[in-house]
Design a binder for this molecule. Structure first.
Ligand SMILES: Cc1cc2nc3c(=O)[nH]c(=O)nc-3n(C[C@H](O)[C@H](O)[C@H](O)COP(=O)(O)OP(=O)(O)OC[C@H]3O[C@@H](n4cnc5c(N)ncnc54)[C@H](O)[C@@H]3O)c2cc1C
Length: 388
């Protein structure tokens, strides 16, 4: 396998750096502090056609692979935009994969072009307060009434719901005792986020101030049958289909954040004079930076391998999960090293490395925790007994 970037890949990175350069470090610092969604950044990317990078060409997308999408979000994270910029466009790029794969023709024509154009903004609502990582235990209920489903329930951590007009929602249509397999009974919908029936409460959190995370209280949301994706009861299977590419994108973003922090730290280590010489002349400062680079670039290879396998239509569960874990850890170590390299100034917001460290922490935790990735590798790769 050859994981060198092609001239087209370099062209993607160059174009993204150029677009992102319109938004300075100070812009993102302000967005983070004021918790103000970066709608103008999202618009610039939509207008330039980037949101459809991995969407089929017949609906207005570029029809490229997850490798290209990963390189794109990675470049966003390497720029001043960091995790806030990437998160503002992440869902448009790949969140609607279940619609692309399992939606009918009419749904694709209705849903994909506005998402690619940036006129629709979607949120993705699966996690619930009482089921957490155990998605199969979710309780939000959709009951069929004629040509509609009526939904009641509670969701948590739904990102970007404050600015979204659409929601990709997983809800229960059958109770566990009514289905032959535990993976059945959940149904996927992509529908209007009707705020008269959904109360959206913002959660105060550690990082990505401008990208809201929310609790949703759903009370009688009515969903037309034509907004159901695929068959009733098979929603969990549809969601699983998109998990590997999602892990690849997160892995790529974590590497981007790590590289961003490392670049700032390296520059600082060259410029900062203490004891009459640059701090970067000391091995105690150099070595952690060199180690951070080695770990980032090694982990990045696993991300590229997972992306390549996915684009070739081959199984990539072990690689995608490993990439997500290793890249998030390497990204965090690089960001933490960058904070230490800056000494006391690493703690000051104006040097940006503390922002990157807070942002990459999220990629260690979500969308799947490091523990559950290890459970997956232990079971599926090593053949150990399932532990949960
Ligand atoms: C900022 C942010 C944005 C998010 N955005 C979205 C979004 O847009 N849409 C969405 O649906 N969700 C979103 N999530 C939710 C995220 O995917 C969940 O946090 C995640 O799925 C874990 O659920 P939980 O937080 O309830 O943790 P829990 O499931 O309660 O787990 C808590 C801890 O226990 C560990 N644990 C649990 N069971 C086991 C086990 N059997 N073995 C070992 N360890 C175990 C976990 O690894 C974890 O460390 C977001 C989360 C955050 C923080």
């Amino acid at each position: 396998m050859d994981f060198s970037l092609t001239p087209e890949h370099h062209a993607i990175r160059d174009a993204i750096f150029k677009l992102s350069a319109q938004f300075s470090d100070d812009y993102w610092l302000k967005k983070d502090a004021e918790c103000d969604y970066p709608l103008d950044f999202h618009k610039v990317f939509a207008d330039a056609g980037w949101l459809g990078i991995a969407m089929p060409q017949e609906y207005g997308g570029a029809g490229l692979g997850i490798t290209e999408a990963a390189l794109m979000v990675q470049a966003v994270c390497e720029s001043s935009a960091g995790g806030q910029g990437a998160s503002s466009i992440h869902l448009n790029i790949f969140g609607l994969n279940p619609v692309v794969v399992f939606g009918n023709e009419a749904q694709k024509r209705r849903f994909l072009p506005p998402l690619i154009a940036g006129s629709d903004r979607a949120c993705f609502s699966i996690t619930e307060p009482n089921s957490g990582s155990n998605t199969l235990k979710l309780k939000t209920k959709a009951v069929r009434e004629g040509n509609e489903y009526v939904v009641h329930g509670e969701k948590v951590w739904t990102s970007s719901a404050q600015v979204a007009n659409k929601i990709l929602l997983l809800a229960r249509t059958q109770e566990p005792h009514e289905v032959s397999k535990s993976t059945l009974g959940l149904t996927l919908f992509y529908t209007d986020l009707d705020r008269s029936k959904v109360e959206i409460r913002r959660i105060e959190k550690m990082s990505r101030g401008s990208i809201d995370a929310n609790q949703l209280f759903i009370d009688g949301l009515r969903i037309p049958v034509e907004d159901r994706i695929g068959e009733e009861g098979k929603g969990f299977e549809y969601i699983l289909h998109g998990l590997n590419p999602e892990r690849v994108l997160i892995a790529a973003e974590a590497i981007g954040l790590g590289r961003n922090a490392l670049q700032r730290a390296t520059k600082y280590a060259k410029d900062r004079i203490v004891f009459d010489r640059p701090i970067g002349q000391n091995q105690g400062v150099q070595h952690p930076l060199a180690e951070a680079w080695m770990k980032l670039e090694t982990a990045n290879l696993m991300m590229l391998k997972a992306a390549t396998l996915y684009d070739q239509g081959q199984p990539c569960g072990a690689e995608a999960n490993t990439a997500k874990f290793m890249c998030a850890e390497a990204g965090f170590e690089a960001a933490q090293t960058a904070v230490f390299t800056h000494g006391g100034y690493g703690y000051a917001k104006e040097f940006h490395v503390e922002r990157l460290m807070r942002e990459v922490m999220l990629f260690r935790l979500a969308p799947v925790s490091p523990q559950l990735i290890k459970c997956f590798v232990a079971e599926k790769v090593l053949g150990l007994p399932r532990s949960y």
